[in-house]
Design a protein around this ligand. Structure first.
Ligand code: HEM
Length: 407
């Protein structure tokens, strides 16, 4: 009944989510070894409940208390470098380790306001549009959705443009292991990508130590909180996390957003006509087809939620894509794209302790990309859509070709 790798589900999971919310809003899936939650109220409660749920269990439970099979799926021992860097990055930690790292890293993040990036990102979008508008067609994913976030992250990290393509290859390889259907070959490639990326970043850190720049790595070398600083290992872990978290989600947010606009051209015209503000429009596109669809939590203590018993040491899966379409929160038109939707309490950036630290940056990127696109493109039509990402975690396309008309 829940087959997230079936072509129909990958194409459009939302009818399945509607049915699940009605018929079995909480269900256990033996193949995933997860109890899935589909309703906004449950997803949002779990994200905020630190007593019973966590991205990590080590602060509360002994390894012997958690399901060993699950642990090996999440941190596969055959890919030790990958497992180590993912497990030690602060998205996979809980307080007090999370608090310490997030505080130090947030300091480095906020040294320069996200707004600093806006003019540069708009320029990058304009340069691409100058080129493609002459031809009247655009391959959205490779030519528009990918270069903007890459430029942004590389700039944030102070990495030379010659290395951008390499960063992208590492990032793509590393995130493959987040999905259950990862193959041994993909896992080996992720392990090698981690090893190479770590070596590369250690080189960048040595260089920045000699000559500081304006970038996040330089800031991470400098931040200090009551005598506490970040170690090189922590800087490497945070850099890998930033690249993966910051890059993949933004690419797919742009791709999914433009696909949704092409399917709702009346809404697109309202955005172009200035009837809609950019920020609520971006929030709505993130709600409507979130690039990140599923996150997991460990159960830290026996508990019960929505009539379902959850055992300590097991895991739950939170279906963000479903929570974002829940009519109990978004009303009877939850399935409709409404760029003016207000309020819009979507969970696409998460909630609670792990709420996306890059959300302000992501919003600037998306506003720059979609803002320049809608200013310059009078109309858009999909020519070809293919290559759905085979994942329950990431939702996106590999190929989206559009015909576009200059404004
Ligand atoms: C549209 C783009 C993005 C989306 C949809 C997104 C979504 C998310 C979500 C849902 C979480 C929480 C995961 C959980 O609760 O388990 C998260 C965490 C995080 N995100 Fe983002 N993100 C985006 C862009 C970015 C960017 C641009 C950066 C960095 C430059 C970034 C860095 C992070 C980090 C470091 C965390 C971990 C925070 C913590 O554990 O305290 N994200 N993101």
């Amino acid at each position: 009944m829940f087959d997230p790798y079936s072509p129909e589900f990958l194409e459009d999971p939302y009818p399945v989510y509607t049915r699940l919310r009605l018929e079995s809003p909480v269900f256990h899936d033996p193949a995933w070894e997860l109890t899935f939650f589909t309703r906004h109220a449950d997803v949002s409660a779990i994200l905020r409940d630190r007593e019973h749920f966590g991205r990590d269990f080590r602060h509360r439970l002994d390894p012997a208390e958690v399901d060993e099979g699950l642990y090996r799926r999440i941190y596969p021992p055959q890919w030790p470098s990958w497992s180590r860097y993912i497990r030690e990055s602060f998205i996979d930690l809980e307080p007090p380790r999370h608090t310490r790292l997030r505080r130090l890293v947030s300091q480095a993040f906020t040294r320069r306001s996200s707004e600093v990036f806006r003019p540069r990102l708009e320029k990058a979008a304009d340069q691409i549009l100058d080129r493609v508008l002459e031809e009247g067609k655009l391959e959205v994913i490779e030519d528009f959705a990918t270069p903007i976030p890459v430029a942004m992250i590389a700039e944030l990290m102070g990495i030379p443009s010659d290395d951008h393509a390499q960063l992208l290859r590492w990032s793509h390889a590393i995130v493959k292991v987040f999905d259950k259907n990862v193959t041994p070959v993909e896992g080996d490639a992720a392990e090698q990508a981690t090893i190479d990326f770590v070596a590369y970043l250690k080189g960048v850190i040595d260089e920045r130590r000699r000559r500081r720049g304006e970038d996040l790595i330089s800031s991470m070398l400098e931040v200090e909180d009551r005598g506490d600083t970040l170690s090189d290992e922590e800087i490497v872990g945070t850099s890998i996390l930033t690249l993966n978290a910051g890059h993949e989600a933004t690419v797919h947010a742009i791709g999914n957003g433009l696909l949704a606009l092409a399917g709702n051209r009346d809404q697109y015209q309202r955005l172009r006509g200035g009837e809609m503000r950019l920020q609520p429009a971006v929030d709505e596109l993130l709600r409507f087809d979130s690039p990140l669809q599923m996150f997991e939590r460990w159960v830290l203590a026996d508990t019960e939620l929505s009539g379902t018993r959850l055992e300590k040491g097991s895991k739950v899966g939170l279906l963000f894509g479903s929570a974002n379409r829940d009519p109990d929160i978004f009303g009877p038109d939850a399935e409709r794209l409404d760029l003016g939707r207000d309020p819009n309490p979507h969970v696409s950036f998460g909630a609670g302790l792990h709420y996306c630290v890059g959300a302000p940056l992501a919003m600037v990127e998306l506003e720059a990309a979609l803002g320049r696109f809608s200013a310059r493109v009078a109309d858009l039509e999909v020519r070809d859509v293919s290559g759905r990402i085979q994942s329950l975690v990431f939702r996106g396309l590999q190929h989206l070709e559009m015909e576009i008309a200059a404004a």
